[in-house]
Design a protein around this ligand. Structure first.
Ligand code: NAP
Length: 331
């Protein structure tokens, strides 16, 4: 059985990836930070097959100990301060976890090595936010970076240090430049889930308004369950490389809101919407759209869930969730 260690096991992608690797007969280990992490119960209930290992991306010795314990064949670094808005407020923490955390994990891998002397294969969760104020559209692997947030800057460091350790030490290290991907497991702080949850609550009569910032930024949105396949595929290649993972289609936040309200039959949704300057970013990323030709041709990866199905999946999930919480019977 191959052994995989996932950082960010409590997050959206960590949970989908754990399921995928389990279905492929891996032994799956998840790094858990903190003394009494409130999300342990969620992981244990959803993913009982995952063995939890304590460690923190801010603490090199804990990463060394985790690697010594797990002896992994593959390491997926999904742990990060991943919420762009928070990164503006906690820029130093973001640089430390999202940026330097990658360096610490790579160093730990160099120090410990893999199972039975086999080299560890490493996946770094890079982000389209590295393209920021885009230099060209669509964005491909060689598009120059111009990050527009502390999160984007930290991800650029994580990406560059991954490439550097591959070049310098011959590590099998891949960077997946993933465009936005969502799911019912998306954190409620992210705009897509905030929208689908509010739409569900408005439909159920539990909430009156949806408060948002800028509606015009455009993103390339895919389904997280599809994207974790690309992560795994990268580590199964003969040679390590970097790949853009995207749908190639772009929609505005307004389009997302429109699709979510229309899905529950509330076509006149403008009356539920309020805009608040507090939710605008200090510097915005206007348009992201990726070209995943390399991932399609070299990995054989393609997205299965389209934009409309993704929005519907998230709204339906939130309708059930909120109805259950409020004790409302759904038809
Ligand atoms: P997420 O739901 O926000 O999960 C982030 C994870 O990082 C959580 O499990 C969190 O653990 C963990 N973490 C935070 N600080 C840590 C620390 N100091 N040490 C160890 N773990 C720590 O993120 P996601 O959406 O699954 O994304 C996974 C990765 O892909 C992230 O690196 C993200 O930046 C990147 N990415 C995401 C997208 C996207 O659209 N989702 C796109 C491109 C790249 P706790 O629960 O304990 O805080």
């Amino acid at each position: 059985m191959r052994r995989a260690l996932i950082t960010g096991i409590t997050g959206q992608d960590g949970r989908y990836l754990a399921e995928l690797l389990h279905s492929k007969n891996y032994e799956v280990f998840g790094l858990i930070k903190g003394q009494n992490n409130p999300r342990i119960e969620l992981v244990q209930a959803e993913l009982p097959f995952v063995e939890l290992v304590s460690g923190d991306l801010q603490d090199l010795s804990s990463l060394v100990a985790a690697l010594e314990q797990v002896q992994p064949d593959e390491v997926y670094n999904l742990g990060a301060i991943s919420f762009v808005a928070l990164s503006f407020k906690q820029a130093e923490l973001t640089a430390n976890v999202t940026g330097l955390g990658v360096l610490r994990l790579l160093e730990a891998i160099r120090m410990v090595g893999g199972s039975s002397g086999n080299p560890v294969r490493f996946y770094q969760a890079s982000s389209s936010e590295m393209f920021g104020k885009v230099r060209e559209s669509p964005q491909i692997e060689s598009t120059a970076f111009y990050p527009r947030s502390p999160y984007g800057c930290a991800k650029v460091f994580g990406h560059d240090i991954t490439v550097n350790y591959r070049d310098s030490y011959g590590l099998f290290a891949c960077s997946g430049i993933l465009f936005n991907h969502e799911s019912p497991r998306r954190g409620i702080e992210f705009v897509t889930r905030k929208v689908t949850n509010a739409v569900a609550r408005i439909k159920l009569g539990l909430q009156e308004t949806l408060v948002l910032g800028d509606l015009e930024p455009r993103r390339d949105w895919g389904f997280a369950g599809d994207y974790v396949h690309a992560m795994w595929m990268m580590l199964q290649q003969d040679r390590p490389a970097d790949y853009v993972v995207a749908t190639g289609r772009t929609h505005s936040v307004r389009d997302f809101v429109d699709a979510a309200f229309r899905h529950v039959g509330l076509d006149d949704w403008e009356r539920y919407l309020k805009q608040d300057a507090r939710f605008f970013r200090p510097s915005e990323v206007d348009l992201l759209v990726g070209d995943a030709t390399k991932a399609r041709t070299e990995l054989g990866w393609k997205p299965e869930v389209d934009f409309e199905s993704l929005v519907a999946m998230m709204v339906d999930h939130d309708l059930k969730l909120e109805a259950r919480k409020a004790g409302i019977r759904q038809p």
